[in-house]
Design a protein around this ligand. Structure first.
Ligand code: AGP
Length: 609
């Protein structure tokens, strides 16, 4: 949801900002803009609707020299995605420029007041009120003006502010939206996310809610909304530039699909020993409460909700207590019963999804035990939790989630096994069998990705299909939904995922020779039932693509195309079964010529409700 970047220091800001925006474009691409303090002491602003290339083409390498500067890439909330609504926005004097990620909830009432006081607005955005509000508070001290103005707003924000009277300063602030400060030598940065500034510094300060950062070439001072000065830890980033780059792949999506064997390996590190014993050290501090819980809710949105659904099946199967998936945006407004014996597990790659954060806050207020599973160290979600389990998957840049999904499922499998061990609900033997199966996943994932040439041919044959139906049962059901979502997101083709047994209760009416059925038919306790559902589809002349277990000789009687994946225990299989579906969605998208890494209308991190 919008990317922001800022630079203060001796270098020309424009190239640093434009490169930073390129790396943040996954956060939104409805418009892009920059503001730079020129040598003449004016603020130069250029902004263009559409992707960053519209701005860079327009600038054509001719952005003026100067510093400091701020830049923004937008995912529209208030106001159309046009030039006028693009950030940066200015105050009436034109001396102050501001960028913003988030939503100012009380912007309408503030705007009425500011207009009555004579302020002139040039956009329909909520953001512009911030520029004018800071202007009303400004008497020479920019940090103080920002602080006073922010005390009047409600909502979520990460902002970057610059002012012609402060040529050696940019001011950043955050509330419920991520913002980091990069500490360079004789220079400073603001950014929504690490990749934007990684080539300049590996030392960052992750700002906390209500922090206001005064970033100057000499260092950064942080005050809170009440004006008190605070010290924040400096975090050293261990990612390489390579991890934030495409590394020879045509798209980040494809790179991240192929990174999965390594991501799985990293995710397992320190959590499953060679004997197959699963132990998450992150859960040590809450062991007593974990022994006592009597129900589990696993919360997430989109892809994360499908990982959560796999987890709910596994907790019921392995731990024997009621467990269900909760869609974040629903749980907040119709919460299920929650008390001190409830475990709520929040799942979010970005750790910033507003729809997931809100029910976790609610769970915390009601005394539940809260564990979160996220990829981003220091993200907002980690502050809602009694314990945090990181995916350890490395940065996921592509908007469509692939390696984060697989590692979310893996962490949740480990959480379920950890619980089963603590509560002695599985025998030692079964615990080790599953632990060993997890340890073999990096190798099996690499093997599965070798299906790529077969999948590419299959995708080319299906590139013009209008509708797909995906089915699965048990842990295969969320995989069917994830396969359908990947296809929708990446290729804009209509696809729906159903519980296989539900097919005959309605969706079967959609099947015809032009509507393929994709069946998750890997070996498991209810394999025969899935095969029956596949047979029902074949009887209606639907072409069938099956994901099946290597060695299965029955399935090709019903399926025209079979993608054979290596055998794993059913409970572990989602990590492997989803891989061919990711590749299929990717190849269909490439064949159809869609914008694979940045699908239309989407954003990587959804920080609004
Ligand atoms: C995944 O491909 C999607 N783009 C989307 O469903 C995503 O998983 C969802 O918005 C949740 O994001 P999070 O994991 O960062 O909370």
């Amino acid at each position: 949801m919008c990317g922001i970047v800022g630079y203060v220091g001796p270098r020309n800001a424009a190239p640093i900002l434009l490169e930073g925006l390129r790396r943040l474009e996954y956060r939104g691409y409805d418009s892009a803009g920059i503001a730079i303090l020129t040598g003449g002491g004016d603020v130069f602003i250029e902004k263009k609707a559409g992707k960053l290339t519209n701005l860079t083409d327009h600038l054509n390498g001719d952005a003026p020299a100067g510093h400091p500067g701020i830049g923004h890439t937008r995912w529209a909330t208030h106001g159309l995605p046009n030039d006028a609504n693009a950030h940066p926005h200015t105050d009436c004097s034109g001396k102050l420029a501001l960028i913003h990620n988030g939503i100012i909830e009380n912007y309408a009432e503030l705007k009425v007041r500011l207009i009555a006081d004579g302020h002139r607005f040039t956009s329909e955005t909520d953001t512009e009120v911030l520029a004018h509000l800071i202007e009303t508070r400004y008497v020479g001290d920019l940090v103080e003006a920002v602080r006073a103005a922010l005390n009047e707003v409600r909502g979520a924000y990460a902002i970057g502010v610059m002012h012609t009277e402060h040529p050696d300063r940019i001011v950043g602030a955050r509330m419920n939206v991520p913002l980091i400060v990069g500490l360079g030598s004789g220079e400073g940065f603001l950014a929504s996310d690490v990749p934007a500034i990684l080539e300049h510094t590996k030392n960052v300060v992750i700002l906390q809610e209500g922090d206001i950062a005064d970033v100057t070439p000499g260092g950064t001072r942080i005050v809170t909304l009440d004006g008190s000065e605070v010290l924040r830890d400096v975090t050293e980033i261990h990612w390489t530039m390579d991890a934030a780059e495409k590394g020879g792949f045509a798209h980040f999506t494809l790179k991240e699909i192929y990174e999965q064997p390594h991501a799985i390996q990293e995710c397992l590190r320190g959590r499953v020993d060679p004997s197959g014993k699963v132990h998450l050290p992150e859960l040590d501090g809450i062991e007593e409460r974990l022994r006592d819980i009597d129900r589990v809710y696993v919360v997430g949105c989109g892809t994360a909700s499908y990982a959560a659904q796999v987890a709910a099946y596994l907790v019921q199967d392995w731990v024997g207590i009621p467990a269900s998936m909760q869609i974040g945006s629903e749980m907040r407004y119709s919460p299920p019963p929650i008390n001190a014996r409830t475990l709520v597990i929040g799942v979010s790659q970005s750790g910033e999804t507003a729809d997931t954060l809100a029910p976790l806050k609610l769970a915390e207020e009601r005394g539940a035990l809260v564990v979160v599973v996220t990829n981003v160290v220091g993200s907002a979600i980690s502050r809602e939790a009694d314990a945090v389990c990181y995916l350890q998957a490395g940065p996921e840049i592509a908007v469509a989630s692939t390696k984060a999904f697989v590692t979310q499922v893996l962490v949740l499998q480990m959480v379920a096994l950890h619980l089963a061990r603590l509560r002695e609900t599985l025998s030692e033997n079964r615990l080790r069998t599953f632990g060993q199966a997890l340890r073999s996943l990096p190798r099996l994932a690499a093997e599965t990705l070798q299906l790529a040439p077969q999948i590419k041919k299959l995708a080319l044959r299906h590139a013009n299909v209008r509708d797909f139906i995906f089915i699965g049962r048990g842990v295969g059901f969320p995989i069917a939904m994830e396969g359908a979502l990947k296809l929708k997101e990446l290729s804009y083709v209509h696809a729906e995922g159903y519980a296989a047994g539900e097919l005959k209760h309605g969706p079967i009416a959609l099947l015809d020779p032009q509507t393929p059925l994709v069946a998750i038919a890997t070996k498991g306790a209810i394999y025969e039932k899935v095969v029956s559902n596949v047979a029902e589809a074949r009887a209606r002349s639907a072409p069938v693509i099956a994901i099946a277990t290597a060695g299965d000789e029955q399935i090709d009687r019903y399926a025209q195309d079979v993608l054979y994946v290596p055998e794993t225990p059913e409970q572990v299989s989602p990590v492997i079964a989803v891989l061919p579906l990711q590749l299929f969605a990717y190849e269909v998208a490439v064949a159809r010529g869609t914008d694979v890494d940045q699908p239309r209308n989407l954003a990587k991190s959804v920080t609004v409700e």
